[in-house]
Ligand binder design. Structure first.
Ligand code: FAD
Ligand code: NAD
Length: 459
């Protein structure tokens, strides 16, 4: 792609950080012929997070929910450069970023200049600084986390088998603890219980009955963002299916064999575990925190502050931010929000291109009557850019035993549903959200395979 357009104007460089919901949606919807597009992300694939909780137990295969960045880039009409690298520094004043390639440990940092930058680096799992979490718990954010959890499940079973029944150590190894009763923790606990009851039950019948699943939540109930009736449904189902709910319990410390929590009435309780999955929400990444520290107007610790056009406060002319790395009242950190923001920005970049073209014509025109009409055109264009408007369609969560809940919005009306029919709707909705035919096909086939042959019980 040439660096100038036929009229002599410069093709601007747009750098997109990240390969998640926000950035990949932007890339897919963008007219990539209008910019030099560079994508920088340490993760060389897009990850379909809604089905990540299904992968550690093999309901869906890990490969089925990823899509390589290069395969998305290849389908773009213009040229797209991809760096498998992490942005380590953003210099908003000189419009430069520093990136560290991830493929080789000895690689040196590279500097890239941009005209426009989109920050879509997402968030990382939050530990709230609780001691021992990083060292001992598994998270559920990336495919590598799913792999790690799967290995830990297998190891705990193999190690427990050789111990005498009723021994404390065997009991500990077979105690699976999930901390965080948000949708990630709930969906993973549900998948885990399905796996134990439907598959391990056949493979290791003796031991499967000894495995316990406990969900620890600091608040009085799980799934706080859902309608009260759905929360009640979820809690009743978990109790019926014997997922232990440890509510009003704040984990304060973790070591290699137990979590220590402060429960109701300030009672301190210890819970031994053989597998610990930590799902207590999002914290900001270092690159995001560093950027916030450099910009005066960025005075929130919850994420990058943006305006209604998704421009970074303090650098509105050149930096945009989307998804979980941002904070804006009314926008929650979900795939739904990041996806809509990506689509909106793709439209904005078309608009910006038109603006830049008019500005270029103004800078090169000497004819005063043409200048007046160009200035009018510029003003019109500047005033015609739409603000981002999030349309909330609803939230879904899988609860196990082929049951799900849905909290849906249609305009001003709300609709809630739960049970087996909602589970079918949940499956249909997630298939329709897939970003490629390949993902959709593989996920569908995994579900068919699971129904016929059961889940894969090996690492
Ligand atoms: P992400 O999708 O996290 O992508 C961030 C990208 O930035 C990644 O590619 C990462 O590698 C890259 N990156 C990180 N650091 C750097 C760096 N320094 N430089 C460059 N790139 C970097 N939401 C829903 O709406 N529905 C659901 O059902 C749902 N289920 C979920 C299940 C799980 C298990 C999880 C963890 C989340 C779920 N979410 C769901 C939330 C949803 O996944 C996030 O809100 C969404 O991924 C945010 O998109 P994003 O683009 O901001 O970040
Ligand atoms: P979350 O922030 O939604 O929930 C975390 C939970 O952990 C909270 O209920 C909190 O009270 C609890 N917690 C925090 N510290 C604790 C402690 N020390 N001890 C015990 N409990 C503690 O986090 P999440 O579930 O990872 O979700 C993150 C984002 O992703 C949310 O915006 C969510 O809506 C979205 N998401 C959506 C879906 C879905 O729609 N199905 C699925 C997964 C994630």
């Amino acid at each position: 792609q040439s660096s100038t357009f036929p009229n002599g104007s410069k093709r601007k460089t747009l750098i997109i950080l990240g390969s998640g919901w926000g950035s990949i949606t932007l890339l897919k919807s963008l007219d990539t012929t209008l910019y030099n597009v560079i994508v920088v992300s340490p993760r060389n694939h897009f990850l379909f997070t809604p089905l990540l909780p299904s992968t550690p137990v093999g309901t869906v295969e890990m490969k089925s929910i990823i899509e390589p960045v290069r395969s998305v880039a290849r389908r773009c009409p213009g040229e797209v450069h991809y760096y498998e690298a992490e942005a380590s520094d953003i210099d908003p004043v000189n419009k430069k970023i520093t990136v560290l390639p991830v493929s080789s440990p000895n690689s040196t940092a590279i500097e890239l200049d941009y005209d426009y930058l989109v920050v879509g680096v997402g968030a990382q799992s939050n530990t709230f600084g609780i001691p021992g979490v990083y060292e001992n718990a598994s998270f559920l954010k990336e495919i590598s986390d799913a792999q790690e959890i799967r290995q830990k499940i297998m190891a705990s079973i193999e190690n427990a088998i050789s111990l005498p029944q009723g021994s404390e150590e065997r009991k500990r190894l077979l105690s699976y603890v999930v901390v965080g009763g948000g949708p990630t923790g709930v969906e993973f606990a549900a998948e885990l219980k399905d796996y134990i009851d439907e598959d391990l039950n056949k493979w290791v019948p003796g031991i499967s009955k000894e495995i316990t699943v406990t969900l620890v939540e600091a608040l009085p109930n799980i799934l706080n963002m859902f309608d009260k009736s759905l929360v009640q449904y979820a809690e009743e189902l978990f109790r019926k299916e014997k997922v232990e709910l440890q509510l009003k319990s704040m984990v304060q410390k973790v070591d290699s064999t137990k979590v220590t929590m402060k429960c109701d009435n300030n009672e301190i309780k210890e819970l031994p575990y053989g597998l610990l999955v930590w799902a207590t929400g999002n914290g900001q990444r270092q690159v995001t925190k560093d950027l916030m520290a450099k910009v005066d107007k960025q005075d929130s610790r919850r994420g990058l502050l943006i305006n209604e056009k998704l421009q970074l406060l303090g650098h509105e002319d050149s930096i945009f931010a989307i998804g979980d790395c941002t904070f804006h009242p009314g926008l929650v950190p979900t795939a739904e929000v990041a996806h809509q923001e990506g689509e909106y920005l793709a439209d904005q970049f078309k608009h910006l291109y038109k603006l830049d073209q008019v500005k270029y014509e103004i800078s090169t025109t000497k004819d005063s009557s043409k200048l007046t009409s160009l200035n009018n055109k510029l003003t019109k264009l500047e005033n015609s850019a739409d603000d981002f408007k999030f349309v909330h369609r609803g939230a879904l969560a899988y609860l196990g035993r082929e049951k799900a809940i849905a909290d849906l919005s249609f305009g001003n009306s709300k609709y809630t549903s739960s049970g087996s029919f909602t589970f079918l709707f949940w499956r249909f909705a997630y298939l329709s959200m897939c970003i490629s035919f390949r993902n959709r096909y593989l996920i569908f086939m995994d579900w068919v395979k699971m129904n016929i042959l059961g889940r894969n019980s090996s690492v």
